[in-house]
Design a protein around this ligand. Structure first.
Ligand code: ATP
Ligand code: LTN
Length: 341
């Protein structure tokens, strides 16, 4: 694993790994390559927490029944991807009240100007012009709370979340500057080669789970659907296979997908297609995705057979998270001067 963002001081046993995904749609190949598959591989860390960011997803209007279903589904997917809930802490954000409690405090240490610069806020405001709510604006503060509550050192995310981890560090530094060393400063963990998968229908844009169906492959798609979507992926009118994201975003995206799933440098993947047409590249990408997702889908389906057991796991894991989070929250309450009885 290329830990290029890993500071030498926080190696293995000192590491606390935290990440989250919003249950705001069907988990995509982008979420999988950019984030989810990088959640594994921190076996020696002191703690590993993977959260279903259900509260964050409320910043965009959700269907309540669907949100409940997707939250349980995302938790099951974490486990199906190999995250053992005995060794990792897998839980829903709304089940651990410390997240929102710390969020209020940190709101009071975050400037409007800082939040105004967030590109996700600008993008989402443009996309949901009829619902530019305060939650969308303070989204990064809740995210900072998620991270800082656990004294996180390492945050595996896609490149689009880098700015949010940076503002989290700024908030933590500001707080520490006033009250002493309360929070650990986290580092994003971003795999350079697969940090951003583009939309299949508009390859200059990020693949997003809240965009139209044909623009993404879902972790839950059938092999036929995967082949169909990849076959329809937008490329260009040339027919040379080369990695050139500027001029050939569609082809480069397919190469990135193959490179990420086959764990090979993108140049090596591109060289393997010398003299071949786009059809061959699309077939290879589709088959690589199917090979990756089939075992995950099998495990996922088995887990969902027993929803009671899943709920029990989430409940137990939320208690473990709450116990850890309380330590930081108590310290913060004391530092800022809230009356302790
Ligand atoms: P939404 O469409 O609801 O905003 P999203 O698909 O952008 O959702 P998030 O829940 O915001 O997904 O992101 C979860 C994780 O997946 C984050 O770490 C994010 O960086 C990563 N991620 C999302 N989309 C991509 C992508 N296209 N390529 C790589 N990583 C991605
Ligand atoms: N904002 C993230 C999801 C998220 C997250 C986090 C990621 C919520 N809290 C804490 C890392 C750490 C997103 O991917 N949109």
């Amino acid at each position: 694993m290329d830990q290029q963002n890993q500071p030498a001081a926080v190696q293995e046993k000192q590491q606390v790994v935290f990440s989250a995904i919003q249950p705001s749609g069907s988990i995509t190949l982008g979420n999988y390559i950019g984030a989810l598959r990088n959640f594994s591989g921190f076996e020696d860390a002191k703690a590993r927490l993977y959260c279903v960011a259900d509260l964050h997803s409320l910043t965009v209007r959700q269907d309540p029944a669907l949100l409940r279903k997707r939250s349980l589904s995302l938790a099951a997917l974490y486990i199906a991807c190999g995250l053992d809930p005995k060794e990792n802490i897998i839980y829903c954000q709304s089940h651990v009240p410390c997240h929102t409690e710390l969020s209020w405090i940190l709101n009071c240490f975050t400037y409007m100007g800082e939040l105004n610069r967030m590109t996700q806020f600008k993008d989402k405001s443009a996309k949901h012009a009829d619902n530019i709510n305060a939650g969308l604006f303070t989204y990064p503060v809740l995210m900072a709370s998620d991270i800082l509550l656990y004294q996180t050192t390492t945050v595996p995310v896609g490149i689009d979340q880098k700015q949010h981890v940076e503002i989290c560090r700024d908030i933590a530094q500001r707080f520490n500057g006033i009250y002493g060393e309360v929070f650990t400063l986290p580092e994003p963990y971003i795999r350079k080669t697969s940090a951003k998968i583009q939309s299949l229908s508009e390859p200059t844009k990020k693949m997003s789970k809240s965009d139209p169906e044909e623009s993404f492959v879902s972790v839950f798609d059938t092999p036929d659907a995967i082949r169909r979507k990849i076959r329809r992926a937008v490329t260009d009118s040339e027919n040379e296979i080369r990695y050139d994201p500027e001029n050939k975003p569609g082809v480069s995206n397919l190469l990135t997908i193959c490179s990420a799933l086959e764990n090979k440098p993108v140049e090596e993947v591109a060289a393997g297609f010398a003299g071949l047409g786009y059809g061959a590249l699309k077939d290879a990408a589709a088959e690589a995705i199917i090979k990756e997702f089939t075992p995950i889908q099998e495990k996922y389906n088995a887990l969902l057979q027993n929803k009671d057991e899943l709920s029990a796991i989430l409940q137990e894991n939320a208690s473990r998270a709450q116990a850890l989070a309380m330590k930081t929250l108590r310290k913060v309450y004391k530092k800022v001067g809230l009356l302790q009885l």
